[in-house]
Design a protein around this ligand. Structure first.
Ligand SMILES: [Zn+2]
Length: 165
């Protein structure tokens, strides 16, 4: 998060992709036949790279006709695949990328410090869908219930990140 200046929330996921050096390719910029194939095989987004996954070669193709919140989540999900080094698609990597996206868009310590504990506020504050906000809320409540003290990385996130309302 420090490296890529992930500190202002709601997160500018496009800006983050840019700072990482990823190429974002909207489906609408592609030839229509290719668009059709992508929409069928990957309704939201897909990541492609050269065989050695050199960061400069990574491109995220995304459906820019999708709902705005859905698009933000899809991009965060693809960033998750890249950081978790998922080189192929399977059920486990999908779950992991969804968890990553959820946490990246609304990090626990920030939700705890700055947000009221309801779906609507979380959705507004972090610019995410209601569905996503509900997952965030469940996750945050579970985190508080377990009663563990803040870990080092949670403290780092708390000190680093700022929520703009
Ligand atoms: Zn995926």
């Amino acid at each position: 998060m420090e490296t890529y200046e992930v500190n202002d929330y709601p997160l500018d996921i496009y800006g983050l992709a840019y700072r990482i050096g990823l190429r974002l390719v909207p489906y609408s910029s592609l030839p229509s036949e290719l668009q059709e194939i992508l929409r069928m095989t990957h309704p939201d987004a897909v990541t492609r790279a050269s065989t050695d996954w050199d960061i400069q070669s990574i491109a995220i193709f995304y459906n820019d006709a999708a709902d705005y919140h859905r698009m933000r989540f899809s991009l965060a999900h693809e960033v998750g695949h890249i950081f978790l080094e998922h080189y192929d698609d399977n059920d486990v990597s999908e779950i992991e990328a969804n968890l990553f996206a959820n946490y990246l868009l609304a990090p626990g310590p920030l939700v705890i410090r700055d947000s009221a504990f309801d779906t609507q506020t979380i959705s507004q504050d972090f610019d995410i869908s209601y569905g996503c906000a509900r997952v965030v809320l469940d996750r945050t409540i579970n985190r508080l219930r377990c009663g563990r003290p803040m870990t080092k990385y949670e403290n780092t996130i708390e000190n680093l990140c700022h929520l703009n309302r």
